[in-house]
Every structure is written in structure tokens, then in C-alpha cells.
Design a protein around this ligand. Structure first.
Ligand code: FAD
Length: 305
């Protein structure tokens, strides 16, 4: 969509005009950084695009939005305003002239597929239990080992390949399975606490560096959210689904879940709520939390990270 001429005026090159690329370009624009978005298609939107066909508009991917990350939720709330509507969800797969529940429910699927197909599925399931793929490296092998190859072919393969644009035999087994989350949770706490400079940059023999004029917060702290999220009329920066403020000014309020944060008559505070801990401190102290973290680690070793 973009020619080389335009490239010369850009400072930052973004490949792909899907939601991620467009968001990156928008955020850079807010920081007064020019960017050029290169898109191979002739429309923007990526897998979330809408295409027109004979006067009808079709969403390639569903336009329902879900995230567990409050920051991302707040971003889209701010971007879409009243157009961001809440609605109840009903997802179904249309296969062979029938609707099937999505996510799949075994009884509903078997009832809809009829006795012959059910027999085939049961047989392929039995085969998978007796003779599973010995190497479960791919998503295809992972699903076949659990549901049998017949059910994989009917439901999982087409949907997954459409969503991710990749063959199931090329998607890693840990992708989109409960194992992915469990693996990350097991590995992450034991990763060495080391900056990206020492861990990657100093050891990387081939590094490409792009020059870029942009604003940069060198020391990340909760107060730095003020640079990326618009404050409300009282100067409060909020990345939490449920908050009430009264006579509260210039605070940073963040919550990972639906826990309500009610701030009354306080100023310049940082309040961060997560599932198992709550941090409250003055904004001016938020840069220097190291001492507090050391104290927490000493007292409750291994409990909080
Ligand atoms: C059927 C379906 C249902 C979905 N349902 C939901 C849902 O309900 N809720 C939800 O939140 N998400 C849903 N998604 C997922 C959502 O659409 C994706 O997570 C999202 O689009 C990913 O955004 P992205 O920018 O990372 O990548 P993409 O949307 O894949 O965009 C990447 C872009 O980069 C372009 N590109 C790739 N390579 C190059 C290159 N070399 N040069 C130039 N351009 C390139 C591509 O053409 C594309 O436009 C669904 C997806 C599908 C297909």
C-alpha cells in the first residue's frame, strides 16, 4: 500500500497493517514519531479486517474483543468510546448444514454428526489412545492424541488454520493449549533477573539498530503509565476495569481484575492491585521500589514475584 517515496519520509517502518501494526503506528504518532506501515494486502485490518462482497460486509475474524490485560482494555475503551459495546456471546460452528457449539462439547458434537460419523470418531479416538503420535511437537499431534484424527480433521484443523493462517503441523504443540500457560508459569519465575542489555544485546553477534527520534522513559515505573494513558479530568491515570474516584487527583490506579479501586481524597498515589498483592505508595517513591521488593522477598520468600 505504501511506495518507496513515502518510506523516505518515515522514521519507523512497521510491517503489517493488522491491529498490532496499526496500534504501533498510532502510539508512535502520539509520541510525534513518523512511521510507515507496509501492508502486502490492499486493505488494512489483517485477520480482523472487514471485507465487502456483493454489498455485504464480512468480518474475517470475529469483532468481539477479550483481554485479561487491563492496560489493553483501557486502550481500546479510550480508542472506541461509545462504539465499544458489551454484548452476550454465542459462537457456533456451521458444518455439514448443522450448527455445533463452540467451544466444542462432546455430546453436542456427536449428536449433530450422526451415528456413522460418531463411530468413525470413536474409532479414531480409540486408535489415538492405543497408538498415539510418539512425538507431540506440533499442535496437530497434540490434538490428534487427545481427540483422535477424525475430530481434528472436522473441527480443529480448518478453524485453527483459518485463524492463524498456518498449518496445524507447523504450529507448536504448546500453542493455545493449557500447557502453554502452565509452562510459562513454571519457567518464568526461574528466569534470571537480568537486563536485556546484558542478556541479549551484549552477546548478540548480529544486531541491526534503527535510528529513531522518540520519547523514551529510561526507568520504567508505575508512574510512567502517565506517559501512555490519558488521564481523566482530575489527572488520575486509570488502567482498571472498576474504579470510583472522589476528590482524588493525579493518582495512578491499576488492577488486574474486577476488584474495585475506590480512591477518596487522595493525591499523587500509586495503587496497584493484583490477584495476590496490593501496592500503595507515593508517586515520588515509585521509582525506588527495589528496597521494598527486597523486604517482601526476605519475609515471604518465593511467594510474590
Ligand atoms: C475467524 C477468526 C476469528 C477471530 N475472532 C476473534 C475474536 O473474537 N476476538 C479477538 O480478539 N480476536 C479474534 N481473532 C483474532 C484476531 O483477528 C487477531 O488476533 C488479530 O488480527 C492479530 O493482529 P495482528 O496485527 O497481530 O496480525 P494480523 O491481523 O494477522 O495482521 C498482520 C498483517 O500483516 C500483513 N503482513 C504479513 N506479512 C507481511 C509482509 N511480509 N509484508 C507486508 N505485510 C505483511 C498481513 O497481510 C496482515 O494484514 C479472530 C481471527 C479469526 C481469523
Amino acid at each position: 500500500m505504501t511506495g518507496v517515496d513515502e518510506l523516505e519520509h518515515g522514521r519507523c517502518v512497521i510491517i503489517g497493517a493488522g491491529p498490532a501494526g496499526l496500534t504501533a503506528a498510532y502510539e508512535l504518532a502520539l509520541m510525534s514519531v513518523d512511521s510507515v506501515v507496509l501492508e502486502q494486502d490492499d486493505v488494512v485490518g489483517g485477520l480482523a479486517r472487514t471485507v465487502e462482497h456483493h454489498g455485504y460486509r464480512f468480518d474475517i475474524g470475529g469483532h468481539r474483543f477479550f483481554t485479561r490485560v487491563p492496560l489493553i482494555s483501557a486502550w481500546w475503551e479510550q480508542m472506541l468510546g461509545d462504539d465499544f459495546q458489551t454484548c452476550s456471546r454465542l459462537s457456533r460452528i456451521y458444518y455439514n448444514g448443522k450448527f455445533f457449539d463452540y467451544p466444542l462439547r462432546p455430546l453436542n458434537a456427536l449428536r449433530g454428526l450422526g451415528p456413522i460419523e460418531t463411530l468413525r470418531i470413536v474409532a479414531s479416538y480409540a486408535k489415538a489412545r492405543l497408538l498415539p503420535h510418539p512425538k507431540e511437537h506440533t499442535f496437530e499431534a497434540w490434538v490428534c492424541n487427545r481427540f483422535g484424527s477424525r475430530l481434528f480433521e472436522i473441527f480443529f484443523k480448518t478453524y485453527t488454520e483459518k485463524v492463524w493462517g498456518m498449518k496445524c503441523s507447523e504450529i507448536a504443540a504448546d500453542w493455545d493449549t493449557p500447557r502453554r500457560g502452565a509452562k510459562l508459569e513454571a519457567v518464568y519465575p526461574h528466569l534470571p533477573k537480568i537486563s536485556i542489555d546484558f542478556a541479549v544485546m551484549e552477546k548478540a553477534p548480529r544486531v541491526l539498530v534503527l535510528e529513531m527520534d522518540c520519547k523514551w522513559v529510561d526507568l520504567g515505573s508505575w508512574a510512567a503509565l502517565e506517559g501512555v494513558i490519558d488521564a481523566d479530568a482530575d489527572g488520575n491515570v486509570i488502567a482498571a476495569p472498576r474504579t470510583v474516584t472522589l476528590n482524588a487527583r493525579n493518582n495512578v490506579l491499576v488492577s488486574e481484575d474486577d476488584h474495585l479501586i475506590a480512591a477518596f481524597g487522595v493525591e499523587d498515589l500509586v495503587v496497584i492491585h493484583s490477584a495476590d498483592a496490593t501496592l500503595v505508595c507515593r508517586k515520588q517513591d515509585a521509582q525506588a521500589l527495589k528496597e521494598l521488593v527486597t523486604k517482601v522477598t526476605d519475609r515471604y520468600e518465593g511467594c510474590y514475584r
